[in-house]
Design a protein around this ligand. Sequence first.
Ligand code: CA
Length: 736
Amino acid sequence: MTSPGNACTLLARKARQLPRDILLIAATFAVVLITPGADAATHGPASLKSAGNAGQRIAHADAEPQNWLSTGRTYSEAHDSPLTTIDTQNVSRLGLAWSFDLDTHRGQESTPLAVDGVLYTTSAWSKVQAFDAASGTLLWHFDPKVPGATAVKACCDVVNRGAAFWDGKIYIGTLDGRLIALNAKTGKPLWSVNTVDRTKGYTITGAPRVVRGNVLIGNGGAEQGVRGYITAYDASTGRLKWRFYTVPGEPGKMDNAASDKILAQLAERTWDGNWWSSSGGGGGGTVWDSMSYDPELDLLYIGVGNSAYWNRKYRSANRGDNLFVASIVALRPSTGEYVWHYQQTPGDQWDFTSTQNMILADLTIDGRLRKVLLQAPKNGIFYILDRATGEFLSGTPFVKINWMSGFDSQHRPIMNPKSDYGSTGEVWIGTPSQSGSHSWQPMAMNTQTGLAYIPVQDNVSIFLSDPEFKPKPLGVNVGIVTDPVKLPLTPDVLAAIKFQPTSYLLAWNPITKTEAWRAATPSVVNGGVLTTAGGLVFQGTIDGDLIAYDAVNGAKLWSFNCGSAILAAPISFAVNGRQYISLVVGWGGIYSMLGGPPAWGKTGPRTNTSRVLTFTLDGKAALPAPPEDSTPRRTAVPPAQFADVSTITMGQTAYHRTCLVCHGIATISAGGAPDLRHSATLVDGSLWRSIVADGALVNNGMVGFRENFSLREIDAIRAYVIEQARLEAGESPTVH
Ligand code: CA
């Protein structure tokens, strides 16, 4: 799960209303499941367009600095714009040019594209919008009509992180596993292929990339027991070209895939147990976000996600590195042939994905110019690899970490044996948390300063092997204790519960391996980053502020409150020589579990406002008022409790096994999925069953959970939610 961390900060403000055990539950879950330099005016904009091979534009993206052609702008994924019109001297004049309200209040994580005056954005439920980039006029929109029932497969909301552009087409991966090519001018579908086994927990939330005429798409679902892979499809026709599985399947069975040879030669012997089966977790290793490409070396780099199950005891008999989970793998983009890999977190048990964006740069290291790959993955270490060979050049913690203590002579991390909670059976308080020190929010690297700008989360997690773990058919399965009453309240556990997580923007010098500056951001998470040749760094906060910093020293030069939390990364582009900054605003993702941004602390959950905003110098547009809040409010008289304490406790356990991922820790929602404490269905037991057991609201994304729970448990969940509603209203807890 891409997850933010410890919700203690957010929940602390609720401390006055909620009794201690509720806070404990909330905090436990927070830690358990959350667990170039020239301007457009000086570069001929269209020189490449008529060069005969429209597909090669991304490889030469610096020749058209006015555009943002791929999710990281170029194949190097540095999120660095060469535009200079907006700079440190005039950024104070930045104002809103236009805004567009999206049709959803679900989470927004998309990095836009800008191509020849058209801005392409994606939004929750895998929808695509095309705008006249200067005026904001909607040119077309596309809804792939993802079935609502798909939502239960998404660990972290029905988000989408962006589209790909190639030769007059826009490509989108949909939550239910399709890859769709659209005509970039009209939005009309050209072809669509299903990329996944729909009987399993696969989803797509990441942006496709297009390399040498192949559209590359991975998928997510490691928390749902899937086996990860990446597939290449012909960009013109959608024909499958190759597939590379990142983890081995059942021993002795070939996939007839590009990965067959390397999995048999190298990976399979690093696994044990029955990882490939539904009782073993499926292996995980999903390629759910990050890819980079070096056109000169002709190497494609993929970031591979965490293991499934998290707990190695239940997937691999407490043994093995489990290749290629938590690794960077280099492949030939034409064939999918394996070239090299580096595993960052051998035997991962902590949701330490290596799926954070990988930046390609040429750096002089120890007097030698090296082609390097830079990544700051969840595990808290800033890696520099030689991207031609995979050689490890350095690994430097950029936050406090305790899962390893250094590297051995083979550049393998020296693991802290206490972190192996699957083997020890003891509680492990890990930092970073499973949310990671850096999640999917893109970091950026500025060509001029040579600094990487990382959205950092500093937090801890409590891991304890669940001795009674049994996978459920629906929702997440990770193999660790998710029922707070099973946690021993040792001083360490209590300290972890009380830990105050923070987030900040970190400017990191990869050459000196030191911090250049940092800027504190509110609460536990912050947004993706853009940097520009105007000497600026742009980042949003979950209080809704889009902030411009001086890239050299971190001085705060400008900010604008966008009216809702910002998680996604901004981009910059130019039309007719005028430079713009665009981003998609909106709260959600896994962060819905946290109970809402701090700015909502005074008013409680409210409907999230999802918008596309575009800024330019002297922009004078006004931010529209937020739409009317449609969140059901707390009722003065909460429903009567119908159950006894043991039933409420049963409901609490069941709720925190499955429901919290969408509805929030301890039933405190952030407005994405409803706050159940305020639901009118609480008073009607048969209506509750029709929804929770039978799926009456499946089109909204709420499937029926009969497969997971008995009717007795489903009724008990209602009792638990009623109890939470009563506590919120100031009633005394039910006692016997
Ligand atoms: Ca994960």
